[in-house]
Design a protein around this ligand. Structure first.
Ligand code: AMP
Length: 394
């Protein structure tokens, strides 16, 4: 099915075609007509499925009317868990809306709020914001919601994981009742469902499985490795396999800084982003990584959230995440719509339970590779696929 069958107008179709998209992804095919019809939507879709365009394109279409904006007013609000994701989503709005006259802004904490306040004075069609800063601005009466037409909760599961539920509830209380609601989440957990119940009436529900044919191809494999050997193994792989680029996930800030210095000592240029770095530094590093100038980026899970790099070829779980959802999100950073990618996990004996949980969710065992010179002293057994975590056993 071509994009032209979805009910989008020419300026939007032209922007999409300029980007080289030839056909809508599965989520776009399903979500765009629902959103254009004005209905509420709950969509289970991961990063990498084309979900951003699935709400941004119809949002641009709906808002592209003659209506005049009033000062300090917004017409659509997109809430995201992190500043990086806010910036990414806003960049998509600019790309997809380049032939339209709609205004947009990303607003997030950790930076001076004055520029945001100044821009809000004239009103903004689409505001992308993290919950905390948005609430601050509302308290300061820098913006008002009575003209809001559409609310989007993007990566709702992640916002709840990050403890934004109170802020989200306070924001929703301020919004006009007569609005369209769209909720996107990688997984629809009980908490997400209860948020949806409070926010959304009568929604259409869609679910996109990442394993569908249209989904990106991700080659997952793992290496069992003794903890103390991880950084030597990483350097070895980067050199031996001539990696072009990799996003490397690590658990702690401290670990990230240490790994970068170990890589640098072995002649591999790398940088780290984590919550302890300023916004300006994070943006600079991300920019260098995206342009390809920086090849190896070490990131803690939260800092890496929302990094949207088209055709990122490789992610590495230097530390295997505790949560299965995090694993799924992370591997979704690679093999974005249409391209293929590689997700490599370093697994040591302590990770055995996590590995079982991940492989149970995937429904298959992840291919193990052995690397000469890196044979483990502490064996990691093969997983039990019907593994159920202790706290969930009936
Ligand atoms: P998302 O799931 O929104 O993070 O999007 C993943 C990536 O897929 C982004 O880099 C988009 O630019 C790209 N993308 C979105 N829609 C399409 C499409 N229909 N065809 C090709 N690439 C797309």
């Amino acid at each position: 099915m071509p994009f032209s069958k979805l009910g989008l107008s020419d300026p939007i179709l032209k922007a999409v075609s300029d980007l080289g998209y030839t056909a809508p992804t599965a989520i776009q095919k399903q979500a765009i007509p629902v959103i254009l019809s004005g209905k509420d939507l709950i969509a289970a879709a991961q990063t990498g499925t084309g979900k951003t365009a699935s709400f941004v394109l119809p949002l641009l279409e709906t808002l592209n009317t003659e209506r005049k904006l009033r000062g300090k007013r917004i017409r659509a609000l997109i809430l995201t868990p992190t500043r990086e994701l806010a910036v990414q989503v806003e960049a998509s709005i600019t790309r997809y809306g380049k032939y339209l006259e709609l205004s947009s802004m990303a607003m997030y904490g950790g930076v001076d709020s004055q520029p945001h306040i100044q821009r809000l004075i004239w009103g903004i069609d689409i505001l992308v914001a993290t919950p905390g800063r948005l609430l601050d601005m509302a308290h300061q009466r820098a913006l008002h919601f009575e003209e809001l037409e559409v609310l989007v909760l993007d990566e709702a599961d992640r916002m709840l994981d990050m403890g934004f539920i109170d802020d989200i509830n306070k924001i929703i209380e301020r919004l006009p009742g007569d609005r369209q609601n769209l909720l996107f989440s990688a997984t629809i957990s009980d908490d997400v469902r209860s948020l949806a119940k409070r926010t959304i009436n009568d929604a259409v529900e869609i679910s996109i499985s990442p394993n569908r044919a249209a989904a990106p191809k991700i080659d997952q494999w793992l290496i069992t490795v003794d903890k103390g050997n991880k950084s030597a193994l990483l350097s070895h792989l980067i050199k031996e396999q001539e990696w072009d680029q990799a996003l490397i996930f690590i658990e702690t800030k401290h670990g990230a800084a240490k790994l970068v210095s170990q890589l640098v000592k072995r002649g591999i240029k790398a940088e780290a982003i984590h919550g302890g770095r300023t916004q300006a530094v994070r943006e600079k590093i991300l920019g260098d990584f995206k342009s390809g100038e920086l090849k190896f980026l070490v990131a803690t899970g939260i800092a890496a959230r929302g990094i949207d790099i088209y055709e990122l070829s490789r992610v590495v779980n230097y530390d295997l995440p505790d949560q299965v959802d995090d694993y799924i999100h992370r591997i979704g950073r690679t093999g974005r719509a249409g391209s293929s990618g590689e997700a490599i996990s370093f697994v040591s004996k302590d990770n055995f339970r996590n590995l079982c949980a991940i492989e149970s969710r995937l429904g298959h065992i992840i291919v193990r590779k052995e690397i000469e010179g890196f044979i483990t002293k502490k064996m990691v057994p093969v997983s039990i696929l019907n593994y159920v975590p202790k706290n969930k056993r009936g």
